[in-house]
Design a protein around this ligand. Structure first.
Ligand code: GLN
Length: 495
């Protein structure tokens, strides 16, 4: 279906020129979903009826000359970690099965106020714990480029849905790489904003000091369009920054001549796939030809970032997941048997409702926070977090001749086979080695498609991570857009 391969900005023009209607567009999205979803499994909930109604309303607004934004009438998918009023929200976990939120996440309200059509809720690793969607309690999403491989995670459903043209854009969340890594593995654009740039009100919390919400899209311009709708201060989320939101999508045309790019030597360590490394190095060469200045830099605490993350993150997870006790939300053993002692309800509901990975993180987190180990693990990790953050501040410091952006790989390998790492949590955790340090530092980063490697006769995508200083979304979007124009990658997965 030709129409669906177009980007949001292209389709939005077609809508404006009355070449298509939102209803036609939305109908073809659901035809596409019907065709490819059995192979991809990107969605946990489809919202055809309400989507068609939203599309109809959008067409009406358009004929009344009252469109709300460039996203008006555009089909968008939401990671099922975002609360949707009246629509089941599960975090892909059994413990939230049947939970229907009484309110929308702020991001959902903002998208609806912009006229977006909500296609459905996408699959994830339960509670966003993972890098492959294999930790979903419901199903594993498949990579559209090779369905025997993972799409990445935890926002794997959102990335796969965009890559497979099942929606025009999607929302993901990123605590340690969950937007960027699946974007990289599926050849779509994924942006993790600055901590606090986008409201998390109504987003099921993973690790609250690291979580951010961001766009996944086919092009950088589309990611910019979505970001400018969802970003901004929210009185319902005290961590949001009260800083004006630029029109990101209108400032992407600056060339990269004279741009200072830092390449951290710690990010080209052993363990990286040789073919992936070649694609990344070739891209850096290309950026040099485009006029950028390349500098080797050092982020000396990078080696500790993964360990720091895997202490702080489970500590916060264990606290955030304590509210799911079989009383208030979703699944409860009380349903089958009313005569249970309160403690049994807690134990049994949590025991049956949480999957293995959530339990692992609850135990790790409880351990590092427990009285005897708090200083040895948690407090030490907090100190290291500051050092990791300082590394980034130092290299971006303009008064000390700092760089404009940092460029690294997103993932050390291309998409791996389903089942390849699921029995070995540490191996799985290592796939986040290049994305995890960014979250404790709080800075923004984007994953941009830059090429492919070949495995078993199939093309597997490779993404480049472009990191900016705090609130530097505009510059990383600009660099990503320039690179995208230069590389002009048109490949699509065959489905
Ligand atoms: N893969 C990482 C983890 O499992 C990051 C997840 C995320 O960003 N939500 O913790």
């Amino acid at each position: 279906m030709e129409l669906l391969t177009f980007s949001i900005s292209e389709v939005s023009k077609m809508l404006a020129e009355k070449k298509i209607t939102s209803q036609e567009l939305t109908e073809s999205i659901f035809e596409r979903i019907k065709k490819v979803e059995p192979k991809i499994s990107a969605f946990v909930t489809l919202l055809k009826k309400s989507a068609l109604k939203q599309a109809k309303d959008s067409d009406q607004r358009r004929s009344d000359g009252k469109i709300l934004s460039k996203l008006d009438g555009i089909p968008i998918a939401l990671k099922d970690l975002l609360c949707t009023k009246g629509v089941e929200t599960t975090a892909s976990s059994n413990i939230l099965k049947g939970f229907v939120p009484p309110y929308n996440a702020t991001v959902v309200n903002l998208l609806e106020q912009a006229g977006a059509v909500i296609v459905g809720k996408t699959n994830l690793d339960a509670f966003a714990h993972g890098s492959s969607t294999e930790n979903s309690d419901f199903k594993t999403t498949k990579n559209p480029w090779d369905t025997s491989r993972v799409p990445g995670g935890s926002s794997g459903g959102s990335a796969a849905a965009v890559a497979a043209d099942e929606c025009l854009g999607a929302i993901g969340t990123d605590t340690g790489g969950s937007i960027r890594q699946p974007a990289s593995l599926c050849s779509v654009v994924g942006l993790k904003p600055t901590y606090g740039r986008v409201s998390r009100y109504g987003v099921i919390a993973m690790a609250s000091s690291l979580d951010v919400v961001g766009p996944i899209a086919k092009t950088t311009e589309d990611a910019a369009l979505i970001l400018e709708i969802i970003a901004g201060h929210d009185k319902l989320d005290a961590t949001t920054l009260n800083v004006p939101v630029p029109k990101y999508s209108e400032n992407l045309d600056k060339d990269i001549k004279g741009l200072k790019i830092g390449i951290p030597k710690e990010y080209f360590a052993t363990g990286m796939d040789e073919d992936v490394e070649k694609v990344i190095r070739d891209t850096i060469e290309k950026m040099k030809k485009m006029g950028a200045e390349i500098y080797e830099i050092s982020l000396p605490h990078s080696d500790y970032a993964l360990a720091t993350y895997y202490i702080l993150q489970p500590a916060e997870v264990s606290s955030n997941l304590s509210r799911y006790d079989g009383i208030k939300y979703g699944f409860s053993t009380l349903r089958d048997n009313k005569n249970q002692a309160l403690e049994d309800v807690y134990f049994k509901s949590r025991g049956e409702g949480f999957g293995a990975e959530a339990k692992r993180r609850i135990m790790l987190g409880t351990y590092v926070l427990s009285a005897g180990y708090y200083d040895a693990y948690y407090r030490k990790a907090l100190k290291l977090r500051t050092l990791v953050k300082n590394d980034f501040e130092r290299v971006f410091d303009k008064s000390a001749n700092g760089v404009d952006v940092i460029v690294t790989p997103v993932s050390p390998t291309p998409a791996f086979k389903i089942g390849e790492k699921s029995d070995d949590p540490v191996k799985m955790y290592l796939s986040d080695i290049y994305t995890v340090p960014i979250n404790p530092a709080g800075v923004p980063a984007i994953s941009t498609p830059v090429g492919f490697v070949s495995r078993d006769g199939k093309k597997l995508p490779v993404g480049l991570q472009i990191i900016g200083p705090v609130l530097g979304e505009q510059i990383i979007l600009n660099v990503s857009h320039q690179l995208e124009q230069n590389l002009s990658i048109k490949d699509k997965p065959e489905l």
